[in-house]
Design a binder for this molecule. Structure first.
Ligand SMILES: Cc1ncc(C[n+]2csc(CCOP(=O)(O)OP(=O)(O)O)c2C)c(N)n1
Ligand SMILES: [Mg+2]
Length: 552
């Protein structure tokens, strides 16, 4: 006979779980004791939301669910934002929560919230465990569902009395699963459409960024030599081929990249997920053909409706497509000259010596300090648009941003996870002064874990992105500013190192020195956000025509 909590932890071990991020409660103590005796490391965080952001990022970077644990009611509810982050971002994750005993109620309704119900719209599966004997199958099923396309979060609730029960039951072990592949006739039909196009263009979307797709997708781009752009979450999906990269669609229309999109007569959208803010708006006249390559059929949206679909394992699909296309693609119109023009315009301002620094300069300096395999994890704010547009990646999964839930607060937790997974690589969190303060308490976690981690805080004393939107929509400048702590003193209070950048030329050397020194560093830099209006509104409107509606 095995205790339920031991069964749960053995089942997690059998799923190769190495760490659990947690803020435990008394209802989790059986599980905590089982973890103590296991190979799994228990990492406590200072807020459940951060624990779940870390677990989600584990899923994002490895394709295998990260696991987080909380108590019932208040702790479990703190998971919900990160559950939505994983759900919209297609990141596999398992949330485990405790609950009061279900066979008796000696505390009445104290702390009891229907967490299984609360998790329903935020997960792919949410279940209460009602018997020890069901644990092996439930855990296996939870992992299968979390990893299956489209990946996402799952939730299991383990009540206190069930955790202490025993059962005589064997584990259910995982087995390898292959995704279905599209029929050859479909591959041929799509290949014919590409060959008939005068100016085909690849777009890589969020689902193109699954870790297992790095090889096949990079190979596809190399072999077809078709120019490509990406959505924000498709950024950095392929390794190499930077000479074919045309840009990132950070806005939905009227950015320089849209000149290439408008020039193309066919877009091969690989892994586009319409959860992202539209990378372009569908061509109402239907002149430009759109092909969707995806694990699942495209959801038809007002802004995205394909003419053909290649459904199944994206890796197998693009490999089969490359075989059909090999040596046969001769676009009649080249996007080469347009590419030069787009990249040159996007790069303007990178040398600006102004202080506070401009966003273009900031992105360039970060790129100089972060090596090709270094990982930059963005929180959510105005600078995300600048990083999406201007930051060049050459290795897959080296820029993590969230264009799905687009939540604030995930920057530092996701960077902590990236560093735990890639200890030999430089990891930088980039946060606004708003978003950073939403989970800044995790500095303590980073210090306790003895990570080498740098966080760059972009200081404008405001919820800058909303302030920008307010200005774009011609509302008066009102209500978006706040005061900040002394970030150097704040870092030092945590036992981390703090640096305040005082000139544009100091930024890159300060970041470089922080990486070289090791340990946890906070670098604050003031930013000149007047560029948001000057470039993203006025300059683009002048050159590209006014947007149908200003959009970020
Ligand atoms: C959790 C959450 N709350 C609110 C928002 C709305 N929001 C989007 S960006 C933003 C401002 C971010 O401010 P900051 O982190 O300082 O970055 P900045 O835009 O100033 O560079 C806000 C409030 C959000 N996306 N997520
Ligand atoms: Mg700000």
């Amino acid at each position: 006979m095995t205790k339920a909590s031991d069964l749960l932890v053995s089942a997690l071990e059998s799923e190769q779980v190495e760490r659990i991020f947690a803020v435990p409660g008394e209802e989790n103590l059986d599980v905590v004791e089982s973890l103590r005796k296991s190979r799994i490391e228990l990492i406590v965080t200072r807020h459940e939301q951060a624990a779940a952001f870390m677990a989600a990022t584990h899923g994002r970077l490895t394709g295998r669910p990260g696991v987080c644990l909380s108590t019932l009611g208040p702790g479990a509810l703190n998971f919900t934002t990160a559950a939505a982050y994983a759900h919209l971002g297609a990141m596999p994750m398992l949330m485990l929560t405790g609950q009061k005993p279900i066979k008796s109620a000696r505390q009445g309704r104290f702390q009891i919230v229907d967490i299984v119900g609360a998790m329903r719209p935020l997960t792919k599966m949410t279940r209460q465990i009602v018997s020890a004997a069901s644990i092996p199958t439930l855990v296996r099923d939870a992992f299968r569902i979390a990893m299956e396309e489209r990946p996402g979060p799952v939730h299991l609730e383990l009540p206190e009395d069930i955790a202490a029960e025993t059962a005589d039951v064997a584990l259910v072990h995982p087995h390898p699963i292959d995704w279905p592949v599209p029929a050859h006739a479909t591959v041929e039909r799509v290949a014919r459409m590409i060959l008939a196009a005068e100016c085909p263009l690849i777009m890589i979307g969020a689902a193109g960024n699954r870790p297992r797709l790095v090889e096949p997708l990079s190979d596809f781009v190399r072999r077809t030599r078709l120019p490509f752009f990406n959505t924000q979450m498709g950024k950095g999906a392929v390794t190499g081929s930077s000479e074919l990269y045309i840009g990132t669609a950070a806005l939905s229309e009227r950015d320089y990249i849209h000149e290439a999109i408008d020039a193309a007569d066919l877009i091969l959208a690989i892994g586009h997920d319409t959860v992202e803010k539209p990378p372009f708006l569908a061509d109402a006249a239907g002149v430009r053909k759109l092909i969707h390559v995806g694990y699942l059929p495209a959801s038809v949206e007002q802004v995205f409706y394909p003419d053909a679909e290649l459904i199944g394992d994206i890796g197998a699909s693009v490999t089969a497509l490359a075989l059909e296309l090999d040596g046969r693609i001769q676009p009649r119109r080249s996007l080469g000259p347009l590419r030069e023009h787009i990249l040159a315009r996007v790069n303007e301002g990178a040398d600006d010596g102004r202080f506070p620094v401009t966003p273009q300069r900031l992105v360039r300096d970060v790129r100089r300090v972060v090596p090709e395999d270094g990982i930059v994890c963005l929180d959510n704010g105005m600078y995300k648009i600048w990083f999406a547009r201007n930051y060049r990646t050459r290795i897959a999964n080296t820029l993590l941003l969230d264009n799905a839930l687009a939540t604030m607060g995930a920057g530092l937790p996701s960077a902590i996870m990236a560093k735990l997974l890639c200890p030999g690589r430089r990891v930088l969190a980039v946060c606004g002064d708003g978003g950073f303060m939403m989970n800044s308490q995790e500095l303590e976690t980073a210090v306790r874990l003895k990570l080498d981690l740098v966080t760059l805080i972009i200081v404008d004393g405001a919820y800058g992105m909303i302030r920008w939107k307010q200005a774009v929509d011609r509302f008066p400048d009102y209500g978006m500013t706040f005061g900040n702590p002394d970030f150097v003193a704040y870092a030092e209070a945590y036992g981390a190192h703090g640096h305040a950048v005082r000139s544009a030329d100091e930024l890159a050397p300060t970041l470089a020195a922080a990486f070289e020194a090791g340990g946890v560093h906070l670098v604050s830099v003031p930013i000149d956000y007047s560029e948001n209006i000057r470039v993203l509104v006025e300059e683009l409107a002048k050159e590209q025509g006014p947007a149908r509606r200003p959009d970020s």
